[in-house]
Design a protein around this ligand. Sequence first.
Ligand SMILES: [Zn+2]
Ligand SMILES: [Zn+2]
Length: 181
Amino acid sequence: MKGQPITPPSMDHYYMGIAIAVRERANCQGTRVGALIVKGNRIVSTGYNGTPSGMTNCLDGGCKRCASREIQRGSGYDLCICVHAEQNALLSAARFGISVEGATMYTTSRPCFGCTKELLQAKVPEVVYLHEWAHSDERWQEEYEMLQEEIQLRRYAMKDPQEDWALRRGLHNALFEREKA
Ligand SMILES: [Zn+2]
Ligand SMILES: [Zn+2]
């Protein structure tokens, strides 16, 4: 309404909303993820998940691991040719010569093992995530948490309008389950 003050969103809300928008370009049969790197209150890099550029997209069957029904969610990443959103954000920064040391990453998914160690080694000390992630084999949970203790990690929960699509729930999953039967 006219004249009504609009409360600006918190920075977490603002950046996570942008990470959700970045995720719209994700091209993966697995979980769809969007990520941002923020430094000095500026977005310096973004990424979403999918196969390396120039290769057949994951949704078109470009990644055998993602298309396989034998591999459980949250596992087999060493066989996956999809580049994770967090990796793509780090790699774009590398490609364009942007320092990420001391930056904050916003990502729509809690980073996996691989992304966590890469963030650590790139000296990104803080990560804010939206959805939980866990390895399919809970025996690895302890080591995962130990690795993540090395970064300042926190969850920022907000409404995610495309949650079912991003986490492969609902219709997409129903189709997936039917295909599997
Ligand atoms: Zn994929
Ligand atoms: Zn990852």
